[in-house]
Design a protein around this ligand. Structure first.
Ligand SMILES: [Zn+2]
Ligand SMILES: [Zn+2]
Length: 77
C-alpha cells in the first residue's frame, strides 16, 4: 500500500519536519507518513504529538489509541 501525500487525520502534506516522532528516549524518523500498526491509516508526527502513542507500537492512530485507552481503563485482570 502506497502512503498518501497527506496525513489522513489532519490532511497536511508530508513535509520532512512532520515525520519525526519520539519513541521512548529516541527520535524516530519515518521517510513517509507514519503507518498505524493496527488499522494501517497513515498520519504525520504532528498528530502523534496530539494523540497517544502506545508503547510497543511504532504508531497507533488517534482512533486506535482511544481504543487502547478504553481497554486500559476498563480492562485490568
Ligand atoms: Zn489505527
Ligand atoms: Zn497529521
Amino acid at each position: 500500500m502506497e502512503p498518501p501525500a497527506v496525513c489522513q487525520t489532519c490532511r497536511r502534506p508530508a513535509t520532512q519536519n512532520r515525520l519525526d516522532y519520539r519513541r521512548g528516549d529516541a527520535i524516530v524518523h519515518n521517510p513517509n507518513l507514519l503507518l498505524c500498526d493496527v488499522c494501517e491509516r497513515f498520519a504525520c508526527a504532528d498528530c502523534l504529538r496530539v494523540y497517544a502513542i502506545v508503547s510497543d507500537y511504532d504508531f497507533v492512530c488517534h482512533e486506535c489509541a482511544r481504543e487502547f485507552d478504553r481497554a486500559r481503563l476498563h480492562g485490568g485482570h
